[in-house]
Design a binder for this molecule. Structure first.
Ligand SMILES: [Ca+2]
Ligand SMILES: [Ca+2]
Length: 340
C-alpha cells in the first residue's frame, strides 16, 4: 500500500518581493538594445508579442551564434523563473542533442567565473512558437546570470521573443511549486509523547521510516542519521510528537548535509527538512512548512525556523526526506522548543 501524502507549502507571510522582469527589453520592442552580440536581426514580421521578435539565421558553417544579456541577481533571491518564446525554421538536426536553437542560463560568481549552466529550452527542425519555462534554484555563490539566446552549432533560423527572468524569494518559490509526492509505504509506530533522540545518539529510536545511522559523518556526538536513495523515490524518516495545551510557538533547528544529491525532475525534489501540524491521525492543521533544503554536495548546514502553532494542532511531525531525488542526505542535532 502506498499512502498518498500531498505536501503543499503555503506560506503565511508572503514578502513584498517585487515580481519584476530582470531582463531589459525582453520583448525586443527596442530592437536589440540592452543585448550583446550582433548575431541577431529584428523580425517585425514573425513575432509572438508586440511589434518585434529577433531571429538568428545561419545557412552554412554551423557555428555558435548568440545574443546575450547579463543581469545581477537581487538580494534574497532563492530561485529564478525563466520563460522565453522560441520558434525554429529549418534548424538542421545534428547528432548532438545540444546543437539546436537554445535558451541557456549561465550563473557566475562575484569573480565572473562560471559556476553552473542550465538549458531552459531547445528546439530543432521546424517548430511553432512555444513557451519554454523553467524555475531554477540559484546555485550557492551565484551573483549574476547571463541569459543566452543561441543557435548552437547548427544551421537554420531561430526566433526568440518575450524573454522573462523573475526573481523568487524562498516563500514565493514554494508557493508556486506545491509538492505532490507518493512516498513508499512507511510503517508508523506508536507516537512518542515528546520529541526525543534528535541527535541520533540513541540510534533511530523514536524515528519511523527508512534511514540508517552514520558514525563516520556526523555533526554532533557519535552518530547522525543518513538517508540514501539510489533511485528517485520518496525516502524519509519522521517523528510525531505531541503539542501541549497552551503552546503557541515552536522553534525547530537542525543540521543537514548533502552528498551528491541530484535534483529529481521537479525543482523541489531535493533533501528536505519539513514540519507538518496535525489535528489528528488523518487531518492536517495547516499546510506543511519547510525548515530547510539541501542539494548537490554541501558541508553541514544549520537551519532554524519558528512557527506559530496553527489553530487546533495537537501533534507535529518532523520529516527528513529525500524528496524523489538520488544521493545521500545526513541529518543531526534536531532540536525542538515549544513555548507558550
Ligand atoms: Ca516582441
Ligand atoms: Ca549526533
Amino acid at each position: 500500500m502506498k499512502p498518498l501524502f500531498i505536501f503543499s507549502f503555503f506560506l503565511i507571510s508572503i514578502s513584498n518581493f517585487a515580481q519584476t522582469n530582470l531582463i531589459k527589453n525582453g520583448g525586443f520592442e527596442l530592437e536589440t538594445q540592452n543585448w550583446n552580440g550582433d548575431a541577431a536581426t529584428v523580425s517585425p514580421y514573425d513575432k509572438k508579442v508586440g511589434k518585434n521578435s529577433i531571429v538568428i539565421n545561419q545557412f552554412v558553417g554551423a557555428e555558435w551564434k548568440a545574443l546575450d544579456q547579463t543581469v545581477t541577481i537581487p538580494k534574497n533571491t532563492f530561485a529564478i523563473e525563466c520563460s522565453v518564446w522560441m520558434k525554429t525554421d529549418g534548424v538542421e538536426n545534428q547528432k548532438e542533442e545540444y546543437k539546436a536553437g537554445a535558451v541557456i542560463l549561465e550563473f557566475t560568481n562575484a569573480g565572473g567565473k562560471q559556476i553552473a549552466t542550465e538549458t531552459i529550452g531547445r528546439a530543432k527542425e521546424t517548430t511553432n512558437w512555444t513557451n519554454y519555462k523553467k524555475t531554477i534554484k540559484i546555485p550557492t555563490d551565484a551573483k549574476k546570470i547571463r541569459v543566452m539566446l543561441a543557435l548552437a552549432q547548427t544551421n537554420g533560423s531561430v526566433f526568440f521573443d518575450d524573454v522573462n527572468a523573475i526573481a523568487l524569494s524562498e516563500e514565493e518559490y514554494f508557493k508556486l511549486n506545491p509538492i505532490t509526492t507518493i512516498p513508499e509505504g512507511q510503517k508508523t509506530i506508536a507516537a512518542p509523547k515528546e520529541f526525543s533522540n534528535g541527535n541520533f545518539e540513541d540510534s533511530l529510536n523514536s524515528w519511523n521510516g527508512s534511514g540508517i545511522i552514520s558514525v563516520t559523518d556526523k555533526k554532533e556526538g557519535n552518530a547522525a542519521a543518513e538517508i540514501t536513495s539510489k533511485t528517485a523515490e520518496w525516502k524519509a524518516i519522521d517523528q510525531i510528537s505531541n503539542i501541549n495545551e497552551g503552546d503557541k510557538t515552536i522553534e525547530i533547528s537542525g543540521w543537514l548535509k548533502a552528498k551528491d544529491i541530484q535534483q529529481g525532475k521537479d525543482p523541489w525534489n531535493n533533501g528536505m527538512f519539513i514540519i507538518e501540524f496535525k489535528k489528528d491521525e488523518n487531518n492536517k492543521a495547516s499546510e506543511d512548512q519547510l525548515i530547510g533544503t539541501v542539494t548537490g554536495t554541501t558541508d553541514w548546514t544549520h537551519f532554524k525556523k519558528s512557527f506559530q502553532i496553527p489553530e487546533g494542532a495537537k501533534k507535529y511531525r518532523i520529516m527528513i526526506a529525500m524528496s524523489v531525488c538520488t544521493g545521500t542526505l545526513l541529518a543531526d542535532n534536531i532540536e525542538v522548543k515549544l513555548s507558550k
